[in-house]
Design a protein around this ligand. Structure first.
Ligand code: 4NP
Length: 161
């Protein structure tokens, strides 16, 4: 009897610098997936290469830590052509990142590319605001947006979609 082999899930979060929003999304998603028993590869990248090899912003690390998630070991990486082969789902944190991802996607790309907040009913098309020039409350707001969104994404992926 032959078994149907499903392509394994691999989720990529994309922001501009890969030091604030997308590492927070990676950490929040990893925790939500673990709690839901969803087996899934997770990573994050930036569309820009300003912070390659760097740790997340200390404010992002502190905010995630406050919510029980350690992202201090992550390292900045830039979106690469191979990401479109390796990741089944690519989530942009804002509309500029979405445009940047789409403009770099090879014709052959099969990844599902969408805006993260599209996963949240009533928030379709919205952006997770860039907190880089903001304060602690802006990072908290990012965490709130992201944690709601990743719960929806995990539910959707658990349901096969
Ligand atoms: P992120 O935030 O895209 O959420 O990682 C930013 C990080 C760095 C810069 C801009 C946004 N920057 O201009 O260096």
């Amino acid at each position: 009897m032959s078994e149907k082999v499903e392509p394994s899930l691999a989720v990529l979060f994309v922001c501009l610098g890969n030091i604030c929003r997308s590492p927070m999304a990676e950490g929040a998603f990893r925790q939500a997936a673990r709690e839901a028993g969803l087996d899934c590869r997770v990573d994050s990248v930036g569309t820009a290469g300003y912070h390659i090899g760097e740790s997340p912003d200390p404010r992002a690390i502190a905010t995630a830590r406050k919510h029980g998630v350690d992202i201090s070991g992550l390292q900045g990486r830039q979106l690469a052509p191979s990401d479109f082969e390796e990741f089944t789902h690519i989530f942009a944190l804002d509309t500029a990142n979405l445009a940047g991802i789409r403009s770099r996607a090879p014709r052959s790309a099969e990844s599902q590319i969408s805006l993260l907040l599209d996963a949240v009913p009533g928030r379709e098309g919205q952006t997770v605001a860039d907190p880089y020039y903001g304060d602690e409350e802006d990072f908290e707001r990012v965490w709130r947006d992201i944690s709601v969104a990743v719960e929806h994404v995990v539910e959707k992926l658990k349901g096969g979609g």
